[in-house]
Design a protein around this ligand. Sequence first.
Ligand SMILES: O=C[C@H](O)COP(=O)(O)O
Length: 253
Amino acid sequence: MSQHKITIGVSLKMYFGHARTLAWCRDVARVAAQRPGIVPERVELFVLPTFPALAPAITAIDGAPVAVGAQDLHWADSGAYTGEVSAVELAELGVRYVEVGHAERRRLFGETDEVIKLKTAAALRHGLVPVLCVGEPDRVDADAAIGIVHDQLDAALAEAPAGRVIIAYEPVWAIGAPQPAPDEHIRAVCAALRGSGRDTASVIYGGAAGPGLLGRLEGTVDGLFLGRFAHDPAALATVLDEAAALVIKEDAR
Ligand SMILES: O=C[C@H](O)COP(=O)(O)O
């Protein structure tokens, strides 16, 4: 039986400037390198800085077990798309993950299910792992949320080539909130997403995620997708320790 892997992702969104981003990447690289349990096969860590920081972030991480991903991509491989970045160029840079369909892109930049479908397919076509974000916009019960995220997922994966996908379940009402969604709500929706049929998918939770949450969700999610509460590298270190402890506990069963 293959061993369960915990995935921890961090998006820096547009919170930091360039120098702070690279200093944070160096700190995170140090934190990861100091932890023997942080190996991609067991505890996988990826970070998503802004586009201009991608190449220097890869250099700053310098061989530590931290993968670098982008926060967005364009669906076309090349062409007259001013301001956009293709999956081809991201892969060429050494980027391995790319976020698709974050709630902020859906809400502020008008991304539709159709656009998200095209971007997901482009990522997979070029060997990038899409971090596909789904989540209900308003606070509803778990059954209603499950219906909404299944529709989002079906639309996004409608023309997806084979390949690994990370599904980031982010209830929109918990993004930027002081607290994550209630544990029971996360457990119910993530369980439904895990049973959604794509066997190459990991399901991680985002939305005010931070230290302490992974242990409470034990066994019901494949990891966390962090925002603000990973800005302090020490908090991220705590989450990584919790992930490593979970993997050891699962191995002992
Ligand atoms: O990309 C990360 C998520 O949107 C969560 O952000 P947050 O943890 O700052 O609420």
